[in-house]
Every structure is written in C-alpha cells, then in structure tokens.
Design a protein around this ligand. Structure first.
Ligand code: SAH
Ligand code: SF4
Ligand code: F3S
Length: 481
C-alpha cells in the first residue's frame, strides 16, 4: 500500500481535537500517515468551528488559501469537516470549487468510505446526513502507533450534541440532539489509553451533568467513580458542566475522588438575571453564586473558570455592571470572554437591541482586564508553595530549542491539579541522572507567577513522589440517577 500524507487543521473546541484524532485513526488503514507540513500532503482535512462568526471566517480564509496549493498539486484532495461543514453543506463547494468533499459532524465514522470514493471517482461529495444518528459515536479501536499523539494527557468524548436551547448558540443545530456513549466502551477506551502511557484524561461533553440520563445507563458521578478505579490513571478532568444541572453529587465528587482535579469550568455567560433569562440559561445569578459557595465549602482550594458573552442583544450598561460585579464576587482563576455574535438558527439572532461593535469591544476589554487581575492574584498566591505537577513535556520555550543548554537546565512543563501551567527546571538537589519524564508526578516549588503561568524548581520527583489515588468516601448508593 502506498504511503500517503494527511494534514489536518483543527479549529474549535476540544471535541474537534478528539474528532480529528478519529479522522487520522480511520484513515490509517488506507495508508495515510499524519504530516505537519501542508505542502507535502496528499489529503488535507479542515475541521471547522461555527461557534462565532470569527471562527467560521477563520475556516473559510484557510480553505480559500488552499486554492493556490491545489493549482500547484491538482491531485491534492481537500475535505471540510466539523461544525461549519454540517451547517453549510454543499454551499461550501459552490463557494469554493477547489474543495473535494464536505462531511458533517454525523459522518465522522464514514470518512474512510468518503475518501475512498473520492480517490476512485475524483468527483466532489457532500455528506451531512443526520438521519441515522451519529456514525462514529463509538470511536474506532486501533492499536496505538508511533504517530499517535504521545502526550500523557488526552481528551475522551463521552457524549455528543446538546439538548439545551441557549438562544445564542449554534451547537444544538450543528451537533444535534444529545447522545451519551456506552459507559463500558468509555472505560475500555480509557484503559487502552492508560496502557499506552496516558495518565490524565479530560472527559468531554456539552453538558456532562446529563450523561446517561436519556439512555438510563449510569449517571455522570457514577461514571467518574468507575473511571477512578482504573489503575495507573492519575488524573481526571471534565468539561463542560452547565450550572443549572450541576448536582450535589457532582460537587461532592470533588472531595470524594482523589484523582478528580480541583478545577471546574462553570460558564456563567452573564451576571444579569434579565440577560440570563433571555439567553435561556435557566439559572439566576443567585443560584449560580450558591453553587460556587457550595463548591468552595466542599473543596476550599478548587479553581473555577468561566465563559462570558459581552453585548448580548439588549445588554445595558447596568446588565454589564452586574457581570463585573459577579466576576468580583467569584474571583475566577481564569475566564474566557467573547463578543456576542449572531449565529444561523440561533434565536437571539432575531432579537432586537443589538449592541454596537464598539461597545462590545469596550466591554470585552474591561472583562478581560478584570479577569487578568484575578488570574494574576490567584497565581501570585501560590508563590512559595509546593505543587504536585503532572509532567506534560518540555515547556514551549524549550520546544523552540535553546540549543547548547545543559540537560540539567531544561525547562519542563505541566499543570497543577487546579489547571495552572507550571514551567520548571531541576532544583539544586537534582543530578543529571535523576530523570524527569512525561506522565510522571513531580513536586515543584513555585518561585514566580504571571497572569498565564507559574514557574518553579523541582523539589521531589519520580519514584519519590507518592501520589494518593485512593478513593475517599463516596458511596455509589448515594449517587442519583
Ligand atoms: N456547552 C458549553 C459551551 C460551548 S460553546 C456550555 O454550555 O457552557 C463555548 C462558549 O462559546 C460558550 O460558553 C459561550 O460563552 C461562547 N458562545 C457560544 N455562542 C456564542 C455566540 N453566539 N457569540 C459569542 N459567544 C458564544
Ligand atoms: Fe450551546 Fe447552551 Fe448547549 Fe452549551 S449548553 S452547547 S451554550 S446550547
Ligand atoms: Fe465549535 Fe462545534 Fe466545538 S461549533 S465550539 S467546534 S462543537
């Protein structure tokens, strides 16, 4: 079989990162290996995101630029997958005739067949069929190969789609109704990942709280409980948890499960009840703050991050002040803020009271500035402490290659349980034969803090660090269905 080169460009959320891995796995038996060089590729797939106008534009501008490459290499096959593909279908090919195929979010499992068809017949193809549910809900099981991402941390999609109807959001349209995977398959997938060296997994879903409810399989806390039992898995994270559904049992899991990292992403979107209602978020700021209090009382050092939308239709300066006030109350460890953007099929697109670009920009900057203040404050509070880090690899700076450095000075990178990036070097007591490796737990003394990361020196590493992964009290019989 010929070896062919596959280049994947992934835009969007972690779900797309996971799906792109599935694309590569599915195409491997057809002779495709991944390349990081666009110019050498035989097949280019762009995995797109439609969450905001800007993300969609990013996809179209990259796809547009591929026309030059196609002119140089007429045999090149170009495909478009993901959320813009599902949303736009054949309109993409009409707009950009140099593209060969469009496959939507339901067609991940059909990708190998589509590519085979194109290779044989060389005619364009569109597959955005959603009538048979998601093909590829259960990922393809393949033996790990050298080309797999060798990171000790990985994403695992546990459910797809979304049954909520937030009025600004395109996801329910492009990803369809919510479906949860079979828990036994999820456990098998994680066990296999752990066998290949993975030590931390992040479970993905638009609203993990409702995992298994429709299917009557098991609740999300129960799933966490079972994953916790997997030997050699050191850390578990999850995202996203919708505040309206964040249950007492899930909050309790933060004190009951040692492997569960002390971080929760809890998107608030707005601090104004009026706006929350018009967004159809189904919680009030008071209910949200009550859950934050409960999280803090169960797990005092939990890190909380959030998403905020600025300039939702009808947002007044009073509404905006309430958002700032809420940020001041929660003191988020990290926040992501976005200017509201009209999306196809989203109800808010037809709402009156659109906020001007200028005002959206001003509000965005104010929120980002405030967010940075708290992120820096939280990071500063860790200076002088010793944190347990899972080593992910060399730091970004190191990867850019500081050649000629002694091995002892190497900068490594990892995260705290609270999801803070820590760059570190070996401390004085360390010798060159004290090996630091990916996937290892290490104790690092924090010396410096900035808004985005921490830096420090290793005080204890490798075998010397004993990590308590034992489950504490969290009786499964207390878990609600
Ligand atoms: N399921 C997750 C969010 C997925 S989308 C949840 O419910 O929280 C990620 C973030 O994009 C959202 O939290 C929201 O802040 C932002 N977003 C979604 N639609 C948007 C839009 N139309 N304009 C601006 N930001 C948007
Ligand atoms: Fe979109 Fe709301 Fe579903 Fe999140 S919960 S994906 S914001 S509709
Ligand atoms: Fe974007 Fe689709 Fe994810 S719209 S945020 S890639 S679910």
């Amino acid at each position: 079989m010929d070896t062919k080169l596959l280049y994947i460009d992934t835009i969007g959320c972690q779900m797309n990162v996971y799906d792109s891995e599935q694309f590569a796995k599915g195409l491997r038996p057809m002779g495709y290996t991944l390349t990081s060089s666009l110019d050498t590729a035989n097949l280019v797939i762009v995995n797109t995101c439609s969450i905001r106008e800007k993300a969609q534009q990013k996809a179209f501008s990259f796809l547009g630029r591929l026309a030059t490459l196609k002119r140089k290499k007429p045999d090149l096959i170009i495909g478009v997958g993901g959320c813009v593909a599902q949303q736009e279908g054949s309109r993409i090919l009409e707009r950009m005739p140099h593209l060969d195929f469009v496959f939507g979010t339901y067609a991940v499992g059909r990708l190998p067949k589509i590519v085979k068809e194109i290779e044989l017949k060389r005619r364009s193809f569109v597959d955005i069929d959603n009538s048979g549910g998601i093909d590829g809900l259960e990922p393809i099981a393949v033996v790990p190969s050298a080309e797999d991402n060798q990171s000790p941390t990985r994403f695992v999609t546990i459910m797809r789609g979304c049954d909520n109807h937030c009025t600004y959001c395109v996801v329910p349209h492009v990803r369809g109704r919510e479906v949860s995977r079979n828990p036994a398959n999820i456990l098998r997938e994680i066990r296999n990942l752990v066998k290949s060296g993975v030590r931390e997994i992040t479970l993905l879903g638009q609203n993990v709280n409702s995992f298994g409810k429709k299917e009557g399989s098991c609740s999300f806390p129960e799933l966490l409980f079972q994953i916790h039992d997997i030997e050699d898995l050191l850390r578990i994270r999850f995202t996203t948890s919708h505040p309206k559904d964040l249950s007492r049992n899930l909050i309790d899991a933060f004190s009951g499960l040692n492997k569960l990292c002390k971080h929760i992403h809890l998107p608030v979107q707005s601090g104004s009840n009026l706006i929350l209602r018009r967004m159809n978020r189904k919680y009030t700021r008071e209910e949200y703050l009550e859950k934050v209090d409960r999280l803090h009382s169960i797990c005092p050092d939990i890190a909380i991050s959030t998403d905020i939308i600025l300039g939702f239709p009808g947002e007044t300066s009073e509404d905006f002040d309430k958002t700032l006030d809420l940020i001041n109350k929660v003191e988020y460890d990290n926040l992501f803020a976005f200017k509201y953007s009209d999306r196809p099929y989203a109800l808010a697109t037809g709402y009156p009271g659109k906020v001007s670009e200028l005002v959206k920009k001003e509000r965005l900057e104010a929120v980002l500035d405030l967010g940075k203040e708290y992120a820096a404050k939280k990071n500063r509070s860790l200076v002088g402490s010793t944190e347990l880090i899972l080593v992910e690899g060399f730091s970004k700076k190191q990867r850019k290659s500081v050649s000629g450095r002694k091995i002892n000075d190497r900068q490594w990178s990892g995260r705290t349980s609270t999801n803070k990036i820590v760059n570190f070097t070996k401390g004085r007591g360390f010798y060159s034969n004290d090996v630091i490796s990916k996937g290892q737990m290490i104790r690092v003394q924090i010396d410096k803090a900035s808004v985005h990361s921490l830096s420090g020196t290793v005080v204890e590493g490798g075998e010397k660090v004993s990590v308590s992964t034992k489950q504490r009290v969290f009786p499964p019989e207390l878990v609600e269905a």
